[in-house]
Design a protein around this ligand. Structure first.
Ligand code: BEZ
Ligand code: FE
Length: 300
């Protein structure tokens, strides 16, 4: 029998877990144990703090619903989702458009709309157009790509927050035309606060952070033979463009609405953005995010 102390318990735990047959599970759990123990030692974690941490995680779990994934939100505000996103991009066989967070408001089954349609049912702010081309990494157009977009309205709410019946709004799915082009009308979205009424919001407030995300439009593009692209376009003139609470902004994804002579929808200020899809490869590691409803179903 060995006498374990706060240091030797780490090796004892790793030794006991050495029988794990799945090598990737072993790698992940070994590292998790090493880092968790080192973290507790570094901050000299007290029993009260340990219990408080467990209470917070319990609350985070309880806050998860069909339309809200509080664990993903926690990962987001800690920058973990952005790290996983960046690692995912690095593994791509070739780099296309930079990716960004899927976020908790993606929903499967949004309406498929004709090119040029407006995705917003009612609005008071400026109507704008968004358009561009979906191509491969060499600029070859990709027809029939599925471009899914979703955003907040001009008051900063997603449909699940704005409509009591959670009807689909401010989102739509478009198919690119024969030249790989997409175009649609929308309203300029307002930047918004991440949900602050739960345990994650409480943490963010305790940290003195503003909790805001700059105005953006999410995209998820899929096409046969290409790696799925999860990204978002961010409006550069938003006050929070440099301090996104969930670290989703990259310089290459910053856009502005302006007069563009080649916009297929005339008479509106517009955002042009061309998306480059990297080729699919065996090293693709999946989507960084999920529809909360699908996650609830999987957990049943
Ligand atoms: C979003 O962009 O929808 C989002 C991302 C992370 C946390 C909250 C919202
Ligand atoms: Fe968003």
């Amino acid at each position: 029998m060995i006498d374990l102390d706060e240091n030797t318990v780490t090796d004892a735990t790793l030794a006991q877990m050495a029988t794990t047959s799945d090598p990737r599970l072993k790698e992940i759990m070994d590292a998790a144990v090493r880092h968790l123990h080192a973290f507790a030692r570094e901050v000299n974690l007290t029993p009260a703090e340990w219990l408080q941490g467990i209470a917070v995680l319990t609350e985070v779990g309880k806050a998860c619903t069909e339309v809200r994934q509080e664990f993903i939100l926690l990962s987001d505000v800690l920058g973990l989702s952005a790290v996983v996103n960046a690692l995912h991009d690095k593994k791509a066989q070739e780099l296309g458009t930079q990716s960004s967070l899927l976020g908790p408001f993606f929903r499967e089954g949004a309406p498929e709309l004709p090119l040029g349609a407006n995705i917003v049912s009612s609005f008071k702010a400026e109507e704008i157009a968004m358009y561009g081309q979906v191509t491969d990494n060499n600029g070859k157009p990709i027809p029939n790509a599925l471009v899914q977009v979703w955003q907040t309205n001009d008051e900063g709410w997603y449909d699940v927050q704005a409509h009591e019946d959670a009807s689909m709004d401010m989102r739509g799915n478009f198919r690119t035309d024969a030249d790989g082009r997409y175009y649609f009308r929308t309203v300029r979205p307002l930047g918004y606060s991440i949900p602050m009424d739960g345990p994650v919001g409480r943490l963010v407030k305790l940290q003195g952070r503003h909790g805001m995300r700059p105005s953006h439009v999410h995209v998820l593009i899929t096409a046969d033979g290409y790696r799925e692209l999860v990204s978002a376009l961010y409006f550069g003139d938003d006050d929070h463009i440099g301090s996104d609470t969930v670290f989703g902004v990259s310089a290459s994804l910053v856009v502005e609405a302006k007069d563009n002579a080649d916009c297929p929808i005339p008479g509106l200020r517009s955002v042009r953005y061309d998306f480059r899809m990297p080729a699919a490869s065996a090293t693709d590691t999946g989507r960084v995010g999920a529809d909360p409803a699908a996650m609830m179903k999987a957990a049943e």
